[in-house]
Each structure stands twice: as C-alpha cells, then as structure tokens.
Design a binder for this molecule. Structure first.
Ligand code: KG4
Ligand code: ZN
Length: 326
C-alpha cells in the first residue's frame, strides 16, 4: 500500500510517500521560517496562503522523487489537527479533494500521533511497548505506548510546553524566531554561573511545569540590565540545563514506573543536542535504550504523517473490530 502524507498544521508544508512494504520512498518540505521571522512568530494568514502555493509543487516533486504517479497512491493521510485552522484547512481540502478524484480513502492523523511515531521511521525501531517523550512547541507529554492507537498518558505539562518555554525565553533574551534552536546555540557558549529552579523535579508524578522557569529568567534579565553577550549566554546555558534535567529525570522515572526499558523521544525539542546527551547517558546507566527521529523529522514534516497513516491503515486492516483514537 502506498500512502501519501500531507502536513500543513503550522509553518511547514510537508509531503511524503510511504510504502508499507518498502518504507519511506520520498519526502519534500517547505519551511516558512524565513517568511515569519521578520514578525517574530507565525502569522496564520501568511501561513495558509503559503501552504496553498506549496502543496501541489511539493506533491509533484515527491511523486517524481519516488518514481510514482498519482494513480499509484492507495490512500492519503493528512494532519487533522491540532494546528492553525486556516493552515489545516489547506491540507484537508487538498487531501480530501485529491482522494475524492482518485476514489481512494483518506486517513486523518492527529498531529501528535505523527510526532510520536516518527522515531519508528528510523532503522532498528524499538518494539512495543515503550515510553514516549513528546516535546514540541505545543506539548510536553510522557506516554506509555503499547501499539498503534494504544496510548496511555503518564504525564503532561501543567502550563507551558517545553518548546514554548524555549521560544518565550529566547524572546526574553532578544533572540530571533524560532527561539529553541537559537537559544540552544547560544547556550553552547554559556557557563554555569546562575541557578534556576528545576520545576516539579521531585513532585512524585510525571507532570511538567515550565512557566515559572520563564518568570525566573525574566527576573534574571531585569537584574542584569543592560544584558551583555556573556550574561545572555550564561542564562541560556542555565535555562537549557534546567529544562533538560527535568525532562531527563521524568523520563527515567517513567521507565522505572512502567518497568519498560525502551524510550523514544519526538517533537521539535527532541532535536536539542543537550537533551539527547543527557538522555543517552541516563538510559545507558540504567541499561535502557533511547531512540530519536533524525533531526529533520523532529520538527513538522510529511513523512511522520504518511507513516502514522500507513500504520493506522495496517492496524485497522489487522483488527477490523477495534477503534483507534489518539
Ligand atoms: O514539533 P514542532 O516542530 O512543532 C509543534 O508541533 O509544536 O516543534 C517546534 C518547537 C519550537 O518551540 C522550537 O523552538 C522547538 O521545537 N525546537 C527546539 C529545538 N529545535 C526546535 N527547542 C530546543 N532545542 C532545539 N534544538
Ligand atoms: Zn509539530
């Protein structure tokens, strides 16, 4: 079965072709980051208009790269949400009308399920069950995953998501958009000089809270005006240390509580090098395994949607009596 994947929930148009026998055949992506950068964040109306411009050429390119034609596609998976309504509408209209004209089914994929399953696109993917850490711009969740569609929420953020905290803190430090990569780059030159709190580190549950951390950064920033380059880097360093320590500790607690030994990490913050370094060390100490998507599949892309759609299709065919929900 050949599945076309369409992602358009925010500021990336992603298209991919996933074959249930031969794996990922092609994927194309256009990021609108440069277009939104001058506004300091995503402008929804501009995002929708750009998705309209990109979706067809990217699909043609994905088909050409895979040496396939429209008639080869068996099903179309697209992001149903969450995301920007206008942006989602572009992907939905495109996918539904194309599927209607080709007389093939559509599979509406939850954006988070796409992120969650992205590490399984890599070689030697972990077998179910495993613990998943999903850290994106909108979510910070720990889940127990027993199979496709079998997700148990173990912990969630009580306020800001990890990526959101990175973005807001980057803004406080006067860094550009998107803030996460900019902040983590700056943190490389920072030194351990400040001490920020580790929110909910010893809360006894698997929840997160990052908004207080952002407020502590605000206090530091106002105490060190005018901010010099060194102070900025030192704050970025400590902020990243705080977030990655909390995420790592909670992942290890989740593995312990579930008695599982496989962890997967996904979402934009999963691209953070310091987080990967800490998770690699902590899982190695406990003889556990951690898997990540390649860097380009941490952030939004069409491959994860095509893959999630293909897995869902397979699961539905194998278990026609079961309902799958995310
Ligand atoms: O998963 P994603 O592309 O979009 C959502 O579905 O939200 O994640 C985007 C988020 C942004 O908040 C971005 O700042 C953050 O992921 N991010 C990072 C890094 N790369 C992206 N945060 C920290 N370190 C990074 N290297
Ligand atoms: Zn996303």
């Amino acid at each position: 079965m050949l599945v076309l994947g369409v992602e358009s929930s925010c500021d990336e148009t992603g298209i991919a072709l996933y074959d249930t026998e031969h794996g990922l055949l092609s994927h194309t992506l256009h990021s609108q980051v440069e277009m939104h950068a001058e506004y300091g964040g995503v402008v929804p109306e501009l995002a929708s208009r750009d998705h309209i411009r990109r979706v067809l050429p990217l699909t043609e390119l994905a088909l050409k790269d895979a040496n396939k034609t429209l008639q080869d596609i068996d099903a179309i998976a697209y992001t149903q949400g969450p995301g920007l309504s206008g942006a989602l509408l572009v992907g939905t209209s495109f996918a539904e009308s194309l599927a209607f004209s080709l007389q093939i089914p559509t599979i509406n994929v939850h954006h988070l399920e796409g992120h969650l399953l992205a590490p399984l696109l890599e070689d030697n993917p972990p077998a179910f069950p495993f613990v998943a850490l999903l850290v994106s711009g909108g979510h910070s969740q720990l889940m127990r995953v027993d199979g496709i569609g079998q997700y148990e929420l173990l912990g969630d953020t009580l306020d800001d998501a990890a990526g959101e905290a990175f973005d807001k803190t980057a803004k406080l430090l006067g860094l550009g958009y998107p803030g996460g990569p900019a902040l983590s780059n700056l943190a490389k030159t920072g030194k351990p000089r400040f001490k920020l709190p580790r929110p909910l580190l010893n809360s006894g549950d698997l929840n997160f809270s990052f908004s207080g951390l952002k407020t502590s950064v605000l206090t530091l920033v106002s105490q060190h005006q005018p901010l010099d380059a060194e102070t900025k880097a030192d704050i970025a360093y400590e902020f990243q240390e705080a977030v990655t320590e909390v995420l790592t500790t909670k992942c290890m607690s989740a593995l312990r509580e579930t008695r599982l030994d496989n962890l997967i990490v996904s979402g934009g913050v999963g691209a953070n090098a310091r987080l990967r370094e800490k998770l690699n060390a902590a899982t190695k100490r406990k003889l556990c395994k951690v898997s990540y998507p390649r860097l380009e599949f941490c952030t939004d892309n069409g491959a994860m949607i095509a893959f999630a759609g293909a897995m869902r299709l397979k699961a539905m065919q194998n278990n026609a009596d079961k309902n799958y929900s995310f």
